[in-house]
Design a binder for this molecule. Sequence first.
Ligand code: IVH
Length: 665
Amino acid sequence: MKTGILSEITKLRELINRHDRLYYLSGEPEISDREYDALFEKLRKLEDENPELITPDSPTRRVGGEPLKEFRSVRHGAPMLSLDNTYSAEDIEKWAIRVMRKVSVSQGFTVEEKIDGVGVSLTYREGGLYRAATRGNGIEGDDITANIRTQRCIPLTLRGKNLPGTVEIRGEIFITLKEFERINGLRREAGDKPFSNPRNTCAGTLKLLDPSEVAKRRMSAFFYTSGVWEGEGRPRTQSELLELLSSWGLPVNMSYRVCSGADEVLNACEELRQARETRPYETDGAVIKINSLWEQEELGETSRSPRWAVAYKFEAKSAETRVEDVIFGVGRTGVITPTARLEPVEVGGVVISSATLHNFEQVERLGVGTGDRVLVERGGDVIPKILKVVEKSPDSGVITPPSQCPSCGGRVRKDPEGVYYRCDNLSCPALAIQKIIHFASPGAMDIEGLGENVAEQLYRKGLVKSIADLYALDIPDLMNLELFARKRAGNLIGSIDKSRGASLDSLIYALGIPGVGKHTAKILAERFGSLPALMEAGADELESVSEVGPVMAESLRSFFENPENREIIRRLASRGLDPVYRPGDESLKGMRFVFTGSLGSLTRKEAASLVEGLGGSASSTVSRDTDYLVAGEGGGSKLERARSYGIRVISEDEFLGMISEKKEK
Ligand code: IVH
């Protein structure tokens, strides 16, 4: 009689475990929640009637016992390390090149999604879940076994033969976006404040002392690595490990890729970045690992992180914060720009505390005021900007253009065309300071050591009223500035001197003529050959230059007609700044180069600037217009692509030979 019941109970347990796997591992449930609940109730009833047949790994035992008073601290068998972060393709390449110098990377790399969840370590003994722990400080964590057991995505027993005696399995627990919405929906109905994001909700849930509360939330998990491994059967590679964990019934993220070189790794990272938008959970990057576990051991780890893996963090696209205040600045052309001072917030690994509001039309469009909660975005190197208002403050302060210039107190006027408000005062100090900063900036005269702070001091101390005064400075003058000792003063004088050799196009750009960027400056330099020639050019002559329209021509004319500007240019010339246009070596003009693999003696950046210096262009992707692919060691997919397009592939040596030949001509 009992044997019949035992076999029924066993069958029910297996069935429930199978449906758990279908639901959590393959995401393809075969039965409805109601049917699942019915199976569960049937099992519970049989166990209630036959308590001697209850085993700890029965699905009904996921929740049980009293709430805990506190979590016990437990020591991990092997430390739980964290990962070094990188933020650019270049850093990944550098990392790959570094590890390839130390090990042969015989099994390639794996690229996995970096799940934005909470790290856990599960210990299985003889196939049964023995303990679950949080990461804690990496050496010791909290024992959260009771909470973890409530989660149906975590198998209480592993499936399969030849299971290791004791094994630590590490991975990430997370909450899907859908479950996060469900939990917050319930909280709103109950009048509770919604949680801010899935990750914090997950971390908070794991720290609840009452497992029956934890059981009410549905968490998910992906496992990706192991700690202690006692017994046979340890795989040889990371990809085999993932397959093995999956075969044991653990949830594993199958979107990983095995890649053979840096190019493939970067492609896989890009693929995962794009997939990010469509995932039902949050990822915050990719994790790149050496596939061979033996090579991982060879490389070892620092006290904090392994040398065999690195995280490639995706830019956090945006973050929420509060506008504390608005300050007004004056640009080089007198335009008043509003900047929001923000409560500091981390966006993509960088703390930001201000964001540009561009102009007052933008302020109006956003409907933003001081005190409001806003969404800010940081993309690449650009200044952070405000995307939208998330929540108006009840006493939101209206942002209006100032009537007086924040720098000189002069009158502020609205542009006839509408958008801009400008300081009317031609001798406004802010304007003068911005002109000095622009003059010294990279791409202009490139005066190292002359930034915002120094420009401001030079102006306020009366040492430099206009850019021409820079060339009359000497070391004792500079020693009057704050934080300037003789050495720093000498360095700055040195960089100012060096800038006397700047090219004509750099000087034209550095003058800060409204509307004249680097590109136009170059065209003007080519066409007119010297500053005096450009200054005397009439409107027609200017307009005959391709890319110079009537507005630009007018801007140039009014700049050069202004007596103050003419005086500045005269003084610059008298101090030796009167360059003439020197046509450059254009022997690679129109030729397109792509570099792949690791070049021995050059970085890709250096190689690209060599090409650009000779009038050619360098790109990172092979297309049908590419003329040459320069292949270093380990070039992968680009090489195949170039071959399939019939593009000439040359070695680094051939490339260098080609360049020096051209240079000699
Ligand atoms: S491997 C010793 N793989 O990111 C290396 N970690 O910032 C162990 N994470 O502590 C980590 N997804 O909690 C690895 N596919 C993945 C991951 C991942 C998320 C977490 C993990 C780690 C943290 C490091």
